[in-house]
Ligand binder design. Structure first.
Ligand code: FPP
Length: 247
């Protein structure tokens, strides 16, 4: 029986994020170059997006390129950037037809011109869509975003604005690049690693973490549904006791 049939559609996480890990190891196990893994990772992106939209997830954030990924060999960075341009150009019409609104978080200005341009065009083309947000984290790291938010908040206060202490947290969250998306509820990481790797460190505060041994190119719709079912079987207490939740 598919995990999909076990999903309670009224309790689906509004925002799911994925650390897509294991492309290189998957390829190497097959005796192929790492880039082969990235190319095959695109299918897993498609599957996850389709599965997310089918069950009513409103926002899917994917860690596609971190600020640390610039340390990889040039040929791998170039291959990833080229793959991104090719995929975005090829898929933009389908995304648009399916009501997907594409956006990105991260310092996009450092991306190669072609990648930046293709991305901005696709973002513009899909910006009125409402079925699901697909957010690509590109040249993103949580510490970069937190530092940027702190600078923005400092500027806001230096301009003479005043805030009540109890509003400081929500004001700060408003300066993060994720402020326009729903609260993160589920974070998935593939490939057996159990780290956050500088991804959504603020947003993960009350999210459930789900780790799977599967490498990213192997991750399919059924795996996504399985993660949702696992999420729904957990008791989310948000600091309360189990008894308080029953009242
Ligand atoms: C991590 O695997 C994966 C990446 C750094 C890149 C993810 C990119 C894609 C899936 C390609 C296309 C994406 C989109 C959104 C179109 P890794 O290389 O770190 O694998 P390893 O841990 O086995 O070395």
């Amino acid at each position: 029986m598919s995990f999909k049939s076990k999903i309670h559609l009224d309790k689906v996480p509004a925002h799911v994020a994925i650390i897509m890990d294991g492309n290189g190891r998957w390829a190497n196990l097959l005796g192929k170059p790492r880039v082969f893994g990235h190319e095959n990772g695109v299918q897993a992106v498609r599957e996850s997006l389709e599965a997310a939209a089918e069950v009513g997830v409103k926002c899917l954030t994917l860690y596609a390129f971190s600020t640390e990924n610039w340390k990889r060999p040039d040929y791998e960075i170039n291959a990833l950037m080229t793959l991104l341009v090719r995929t975005v150009r090829k898929e933009v019409d389908t995304l648009d037809e399916k009501g997907v609104r594409l956006s990105a978080i991260g310092d996009l200005t450092r991306l190669p011109g072609k990648t930046h341009k293709a991305l901005l065009e696709a973002i513009e083309k899909t910006r009125e869509n409402t079925t699901i947000d697909l957010v690509l984290a590109l040249n993103y790291s949580a510490r970069w975003d937190l530092t940027r938010a702190a600078k923005k908040m400092h500027r806001y206060l230096a301009e003479g604005n005043e805030i009540a202490a109890e509003n400081a947290e929500s004001l700060f969250a408003g300066f993060l690049s994720t402020h326009k998306y729903p609260e993160l509820e589920l974070l998935i990481r593939t490939s057996g690693e159990r780290r956050l790797s500088n991804f959504l460190l603020w947003e993960v505060a009350y999210a459930e973490l789900y780790f799977t041994e599967k490498f990213w190119p192997e991750f399919c719709k059924e795996d996504f549904y399985r993660a949702i079912v696992d999420f729904q079987n957990r008791e989310r207490r948000f600091g309360l006791t189990g008894d308080q939740l029953k009242v």
